[in-house]
Design a protein around this ligand. Structure first.
Ligand code: TLP
Length: 344
């Protein structure tokens, strides 16, 4: 199978499996897992924050961040198609009692002026208060788009003017860093907290991390315990994540090049709308111009030919490159796509 549904399908490397088996571990609820402690220190350092907390999923990392920055009844500003808003089961309303104010964007990238205009910080008691701005970098639904540093800086400044923190859903932060050619910390400096995942393009089997100030992370630790995320000999997982940080970051450039090649191939196919020049990282979004069932038919036609892709909306597909997708897989997927589209 050529699996283009997500970079979450990447398998652990041999080095990860060996490191997991050999990891020195202890009880992490007591803070006594040496491998976990090493990972959390390395993760905090990588993004230039004081402290980091391991969580099993990106969704849990975002949930803890949102909970710790806000109080029930508050309002948060968030891009309309953000993962936190659309794909995390309404957790922000369910578990944090928040009202999201969904903002329009350009391929997921918020405009600092729009953010500034929508912050309700100094308001009378009968108006909801904005207490958090969320940004997503890279933006999944926006097609893996990357925030320009100046835009992030301007959003952070606009929020700070009103004393409002910024949380970055950086599930694919290292894809953004590689695309911009800067250290991840240079991006993360424009957010008060940042979550990033080891389990996507960085190939670890499990794990994400939430980073911020020491006081913030101490609070997040308490909330992690509430949602059942306190783990014991979690160093076995941390061992794989350390390899993600040490060995898997620079190769993301290959995923980006292959995604661009895939998008350029898609642009030559009949009935496909795609903008290869907007493919900055490892996610390709495309739309089909044919009728309502065309996407579903294409997805099942591709599956029959050994190619898996995700259908996001009635007419939109998402294709994601990762460590198991070389140029051979890109070209094989493109010929399966051509067969299906010309047969249709
Ligand atoms: N995204 C997954 C699916 O849930 C859609 C994927 O295949 O892309 N933030 C962003 C921007 C994400 O893309 C994801 C996962 C998460 C958070 C949540 O991470 P997990 O799945 O570890 O909870």
């Amino acid at each position: 199978m050529i699996d283009l549904r997500s970079d979450t399908v990447t398998l652990p490397t041999d080095a990860m499996r060996a490191a997991m088996a050999a990891a020195e571990v202890g009880d992490d609820v007591y803070g006594e897992d040496p491998t976990m402690n090493r990972l959390q220190e390395a993760a905090a350092r990588a993004v230039g924050k004081e402290a980091a907390l391991f969580v099993p999923t990106g969704s849990m990392g975002n949930l803890l961040a949102v909970k710790c920055h806000t109080q029930p009844g508050d309002e948060i500003l968030i891009e309309r198609n953000a993962h936190i808003l659309q794909f995390e089961m309404g957790g922000l309303a369910w578990l944090s009692g928040l009202t999201p104010q969904a903002l329009d964007s350009n391929r997921g990238i918020l405009d600092p002026d729009v953010v500034r205009a929508n912050i309700h910080a100094h308001v009378p008691y009968y108006r909801m208060r904005t207490t958090l701005v969320c940004v997503e970098n890279t933006h999944n639904y926006g097609g893996g788009s990357v925030y320009p540093l100046a835009v992030l800086q301007a959003i952070h400044a606009a929020a700070a003017e009103s004393g409002v923190p910024v949380h970055m859903d950086g599930a694919r932060l290292f894809n953004a860093a590689v695309a911009l050619g800067v250290p991840a910390a240079e991006i993360a400096q424009h957010a008060d907290s940042v979550m990033f995942c080891f389990s996507k393009g960085l190939s670890a089997p499990v794990g994400s991390v939430l980073c911020g100030t020491t006081a913030f992370i101490e609070q997040a630790m308490r909330v992690r315990r509430v949602v059942g995320g306190g783990m014991r000999q979690a160093g076995h997982l941390a061992a794989a994540c350390l390899i993600s940080l040490d060995e898997m970051v620079s190769r993301l450039a290959d995923d980006h090049a292959r995604a661009r090649e895939l998008a350029e191939g898609l642009a030559r196919l009949p009935g496909v709308l795609v903008e290869p020049e907007h493919v900055q990282t490892n996610i390709v979004m495309c739309r089909l111009t044919a009728g309502p069932d065309a996407c579903a038919r294409l997805v099942s036609g591709l599956r029959a030919r050994g190619v898996l892709v995700s259908q996001l909306t009635r007419d939109t597909l998402r294709l994601v490159t990762h460590r198991h997708i070389g140029y051979n897989e890109v070209y094989a997927a493109l010929s399966a796509l051509r067969e299906c589209l010309e047969g249709a």
